[in-house]
Design a protein around this ligand. Structure first.
Ligand SMILES: Cc1cc2nc3c(=O)[nH]c(=O)nc-3n(C[C@H](O)[C@H](O)[C@H](O)COP(=O)(O)OP(=O)(O)OC[C@H]3O[C@@H](n4cnc5c(N)ncnc54)[C@H](O)[C@@H]3O)c2cc1C
Length: 852
């Protein structure tokens, strides 16, 4: 057996084989895949083989599109058929809400150049005559869907990888993995030990167990999943004979059913509500290529709907019931990338749709390993998007919820209940019980979203339109801007960086120059390619001690980066506080008077300036106070140990009573930051944008020392950014943008060019008479063209306007005239106008305390 390899990939399912292929294709041919049994011996062999492009995260959707586009190349390289059937598919809506969801999906697809199309139930029935169209109100046609042979496809990846020089070792379980002092790995297998520079965990059903070999508890759980295959059905045979075509795939959200043609019958699978985890704690070592016992009672409610919606199905004989396990992460997306705290240990697991995503996962990981960066925005799949709070029980509860909601609508104002509350601040019960806060989940932490007038009203009425929180969030915003408001802001990531090397360390990582003692700066952080990977507030408490605040959702992601760049000499420590440091903000023109009543220091505008940072007692509690506010008002952030938070909050409420102080939640905060044109991490600020594109110019000091990404930033600045972040006011009615909507502009073809639309790759669509329906270019409509996408938005309650932020080509970013842009909200294009200045206090005078 081979005893040395640059990379050992553990697991020969579709994902491991795709990783092997992509590594070899990228030039790393000294790569060895070790499989405990035969290729496909986990979940890959019994998959239904369906594939599609649509995904809630546009970046994951792009990688799914890549996967589908790869299959022909793979067949050519390997000489192995993938058994491709590119049939296209329809998603059926049975309610107005589901139709809103399909309209939103359709609009989002435009930004990616997807040729989805909204069609009538009758048109859908023409493509799949076995349905009863009277059950539905509309449908979405997606030409890039189909099914394939799972085993053939896995072997095609394997053969193509071997043709490029990769090796595969079968029937040889990996039993242990240990890291040596020199950083290399010893991969101990039943047949001997392999020394490797890198290890990839692609162990699918056993990914959690392989993770535990290196002390890792991966948030992944296998669920049982069932599909049925019918005998030959005369209706299917007749359709094939009449049209010469195969039936399209169908997703029926009401029945939680997907169905498609399989030979001359149907294949029908369900994502049932009464779902069942498989092996919730340990995965049996001896589970082989076997199936689980069928349990039709569990899926009976879905089948009953199926019989009504697809009447012919009720008469069909069932040839086979497949029940097999496959894995999910808590949010249903893969876990990919380097693991924080381990060197050269990589994940490619939790892949629930291996035949839609396997290619994209392989490409991502190979890019990351070979080039040091995935090359595109893969945060939605990054293993670092979770933290230690995703414990075994949390994961198991969330995965069950995710599975049972696979075909459910997620409304923009919907918070999911499983595994909550997970972490709470000391104010949780006061805010919820006494102030009627509606809470949301912020990276496993309960955070107030808005405050209702009574306990009965403290819940969200789910909707794609403005909802029952609208008036209350409006009150929170207006009262904060008019007087003062208070909010729990513990859901920031909080760090301290200290030691004799702290200044050099931060100077190397951050684009802005560091502040003097007692002051703060805002600063982006870039990767080597000059793309945004972070956005922080840094305060200097002493020469060698800094406090730092960033996005909580990026905490593991950022810690991984910090630790990768720590000097070896031990002169720098990065400590993250988690909930050991909690926060409150007070904001609004009267906030200084509130603070002043609670402390014994001079906090006048001269003594405690905008961007000052100071340790001071507030209501007798030791706090660190930042003079800054994301609301854009005069305001303060107070940070304290948890034991003090109730005391400080009580003091603020008492001192603020004279000014009519309001509690405000995250929704009011986000509304206020939109009015100020402030960007936010994960929406406007992501690793696909450069700092100049994002309008972060002010915080990039190219004259300072050589920070990571500086050369690329200089290039971006000298060549000029390709696109620009802009803010719009939209003539909306009762719904605002949610993110990822297309931005249309009235332009000639030369002015555009931001979006490279793959056009014309899908399955053809036929109408009821069997005529081919020509595909429209989804991004062009007369003189209008899709030129960009919305990153986030909502309602500005103080300015009473619907606001969106997004990216457009730089050449269009200064066009603030009326009639130039439209933004598609729930399928309707609304007039939109760029506002080049913040709608509230563009000069920043209020924030600086100049206007009282
Ligand atoms: C009933 C059913 C229907 C499905 N339908 C679809 C579908 O229509 N479309 C779709 O895209 N996906 C579908 N899936 C999901 C799909 O099967 C998975 O996404 C895919 O198989 C995941 O592949 P993988 O390589 O990550 O994992 P696996 O296929 O589980 O592969 C992991 C491999 O690692 C090996 N291994 C584990 N531990 C070790 C060790 N210690 N040493 C060596 N080797 C080890 C295993 O033997 C196994 O071969 C379905 C799944 C099921 C169960």
């Amino acid at each position: 057996m081979q005893t040395q390899a640059r990379v050992v990939v553990i697991g020969g399912g579709v994902v491991g084989c795709s990783v092997l292929f992509h590594l070899a294709k990228a030039g790393w041919t000294d790569v060895l895949l070790i499989e405990r049994s035969e290729l496909t011996a986990g979940s890959s062999w019994h998959a239904a083989g369906g594939f599609h492009t649509l995904n809630g995260d546009p970046n994951v959707a792009k990688l799914q599109a890549y996967t589908v586009s790869l299959y022909e190349e793979l067949e050519a390289l390997s000489g192995q058929s993938c058994g491709l059937h590119l049939t296209g598919g329809v998603m059926m809506a049975d309610t107005a809400e589901r139709m809103d969801f399909l309209r939103l999906t359709h609009a989002r697809g435009r930004c990616l150049g997807m040729e989805t199309e909204l069609i009538t139930p009758t048109e859908a029935q023409a493509m799949f005559p076995l349905m009863d169209a009277s059950n539905f109100v509309g449908a979405l046609w997606d030409p890039v869907e189909g099914h394939l042979d799972p085993s053939g496809t896995t072997h095609a990846y394997a053969k193509a990888a071997q043709a490029l020089g990769a090796s595969i070792e079968l029937r040889n379980p990996v039993e242990d993995i240990t890291q040596q002092a020199d950083g290399t790995w010893q991969v101990v297998t039943q047949n001997g030990t392999v020394k490797a520079e890198h290890v990839v965990n692609a162990a699918g059903l056993w990914a959690r167990d392989v993770g535990r070999l290196v002390g890792l508890e991966l948030p992944v759980l296998a669920m049982e999943h069932m599909y049925l295959i019918t005998d030959e059905m005369p209706e299917v045979v007749a359709f094939n004979a009449e049209t010469g075509r195969e039936l399209v795939g169908v997703i029926d959200f009401k029945g939680e059913i997907y169905t498609r043609q399989e030979r001359s019958g149907l294949l029908l699978g369900t994502y049932e509500k009464a779902c069942k985890p498989w092996s919730p704690i340990n995965t049996p070592k001896d589970f082989g290529q076997e199936l689980l016992p069928p349990d039709l009672d569990r899926i009976a409610p879905s089948l009953e709907v199926g019989f009504r919606h697809f009447p012919a199905f009720e008469q069909a004989g069932i040839k086979q019931v497949i029940n097999g396990p496959f894995t999910f992460a808590p949010d249903g997306n893969p876990l990919v990338g380097p693991v924080r705290g381990l060197t050269n240990f990589w994940c490619a697991c939790g892949v629930m749709a291996g035949f839609s995503q396997g290619g994209g996962v392989g490409l991502t990981l190979a890019n990351w390993m070979v080039h040091g960066d995935p090359g595109f925005d893969v945060y939605g799949m990054d293993v670092a998007r979770f933290g230690e709070w995703t414990t075994l029980r949390y994961t198991n509860a969330k995965v069950r919820e995710n599975y049972s909601r696979r075909f459910s609508i997620r409304f923009p104002n919907e918070e999911l209940p499983a595994a909550r509350p997970q972490q709470t601040t000391p104010l949780y019960d006061i805010l919820q019980r006494d102030r009627f806060a509606v809470m949301g989940d912020s990276w496993g932490m309960e955070t107030p979203l808005w405050f209702a007038p009574s306990q009965e009203e403290a819940r969200d009425v789910l909707s794609f339109h403005r909802s029952n929180d609208f008036a209350h969030v409006g009150h929170e915003v207006r009262q904060t801007r008019a007087s003062v408001g208070v909010s729990d802001i513990s859901n920031f990531a909080k760090y301290e960086v200290y030691g004799s090397g702290a200044e050099d360390f931060l100077t190397r990582l951050m684009t802005n120059s560091l502040p003097p003692v007692g002051r703060m700066v805002l600063t982006p952080m870039l990767n080597q390619n000059g793309k945004l990977i972070g956005d922080f507030t840094i305060a200097r408490s002493t020469e060698a001690h800094f406090f730092m605040w960033g996005s909580i959702a990026a905490q593991t992601y950022h810690m991984r980066w910090f630790e990768q760049h720590l000097p070896d000499d031990g002169n720098v420590t990065v400590n993250r506080f988690d909930l050991n440091l909690v926060g409150l903000t007070i904001a609004g023109p009267r906030s200084r008077e509130v603070l002043s009543a609670l402390c014994d220091e001079d906090v006048s505008n001269e003594a405690f300036r905008f961007m000052d940072h100071r340790a001071m007692d507030v209501n007798g509690a030791p706090c660190r106070v930042n003079r800054i506010s994301y609301t854009g008002e005069l305001g303060y952030e107070l940070w304290m140990a948890p034991a003090w938070q109730r005391t400080v909050y009580a003091g603020i409420k008492t001192a603020g009573a004279a000014f009519g102080i309001v509690d405000f939640g995250m929704r009011a905060l986000l509304s206020m930051r939109l009015e100020k044109n402030f960007p936010t991490w994960f929406a406007e600020l992501r690793p696909i944008y450069g700092p100049f594109e994002a309008g972060m110019d002010r915080w990039v000091d190219l004259s300072t020392a050589d920070f990571i990404g500086r050369e690329a930033a200089i290039r971006e600045q000298s060549e000029g950014p390709k696109c620009r972040r802009v803010s719009f006011v939209i003539e909306a009615e009762d719904a605002d943008v949610m993110g990822d909507e297309p931005i249309w502009a009235r332009v000639d073809e030369l002015a555009a060019g931001l979006i490279d639309a793959p056009h014309g790759h899908g399955a053809p669509r036929f109408d009821a008479a069997g005529e081919l329906v020509p595909a429209d270019n989804p991004q062009i409509d007369g003189e209008w063209r899709v030129v960009g996408w919305v990153t986030s938005g909502g309602y500005g309650h103080h300015v009473r306007a619907s606001i969106a932020q997004g990216y457009v080509p730089a050449s269009l970013a200064s066009h603030d005239e009326a009639g130039m842009f439209e933004i598609e909200i729930l399928g309707i294009r609304r007039a939109a106008r760029i506002n080049r200045q913040a709608l509230v206090d563009p000069s920043g005078a209020r924030m600086r305390g100049v206007i009282q």
